[in-house]
Write a protein that binds this ligand. Structure first.
Ligand SMILES: [Cu+2]
Length: 281
């Protein structure tokens, strides 16, 4: 019973190593570990091909002692007993021969290390217009334009997102999407670029505000102050800028003040004139 449990555990441990090796090679991301057995007075497999950064693990399966020694002194293990292991990680591409010291005349092996596949660099992407913080007035017509580049390939697609929703998917430059009659509101604009290698980058987001159209201001509560000055209140679109203009003849108008609605305008010059006309815009 104990023997059987022991065997099961060994098989499980071996298969997990094997799976890890396959997965990491398929992904091309993480370094792999490849097992070479020392078995029946030989290295099995006799030649292994790995990538830069991968590791070879020698596993002793003979009762006769073996070691693994690089012909260029890159590595050298101790003499290994049954189930003993030795690992070496290959950081340089090349072909590396090795041998077992007690059986040098016939027990040899080779590790071929190929250069690691270049890693696909993700694209760069930025929203060019509108600018972050830009404010416009409704109804707004314009263009969202996006700059997307890929240092080691081409741009396969650019998605333009407004408030998290894809409004355009553009396969080649220029990467633009029209804005037609945008109503008042805040728009968060971003773009997601995908390159020909499948890597994607999402841009920094840009906040674009469309304000309600400016309404005509009202002149309210006109009053002559005890000191002879004239005042009135101006109420227009909240936060919008309005200019008070004055004229003596309804022909020539001059700006008397420009302020943010709502505000009270007091005319210091009323005392000096017989009459004056006002308008606000
Ligand atoms: Cu040997």
């Amino acid at each position: 019973m104990e023997k059987m449990i022991g065997k099961t555990v060994k098989i499980a441990a071996f298969s997990s190593i094997f799976l890890a090796w396959i997965c990491s090679h398929e992904l091309g991301a993480n370094a792999a570990t490849v097992v070479v057995e020392m078995k029946n007075l030989s290295f099995v497999p006799n030649t292994v091909t790995i990538q830069e950064g991968d590791t070879v693990r020698w596993l002793q399966k003979d009762t006769t002692a073996h070691d693994t020694v690089s012909t260029t002194s890159l590595w050298k293990s101790a003499l290994l007993r049954l189930n003993g292991t030795f690992e070496f990680t290959f950081s340089q591409a090349g072909t590396f021969s090795y041998f077992c010291t007690p059986h040098r005349s016939f027990m040899t092996g080779t590790v071929k290390v190929s250069p690691a596949a270049p890693v696909n660099q993700p694209p760069k992407v930025a929203v060019q217009t509108p600018k972050d913080g830009e404010v416009a007035t409704e109804p707004f017509n314009g263009v969202i334009s996006v700059d997307a580049t890929d240092s080691d390939g081409t741009i396969a697609n650019v998605e333009i997102l407004v408030n998290g929703v894809v409004v355009a998917s553009v396969a080649k430059a220029p990467f633009v999407a029209p804005i037609l009659g945008a109503a008042a509101g805040t728009y968060v604009i971003a773009a997601k670029a995908t390159d020909n290698g499948g890597a994607a980058t999402t841009s920094a987001s840009v906040t674009f505000t469309v304000k309600a159209a400016k309404t005509a201001a009202r002149i309210e509560n006109p009053a002559l102050l005890p000191d002879g000055r004239f005042q009135f209140n101006v109420t227009g679109s909240l936060g919008e800028s309005y200019s008070v203009e004055g004229s003596l003849d309804l022909g020539i108008w001059s700006v008397l003040a420009t302020r943010t609605s709502p505000f009270t305008f007091v005319d210091d010059q009323t005392k000096a004139v017989e009459r004056r006309f006002f308008r606000v815009r």
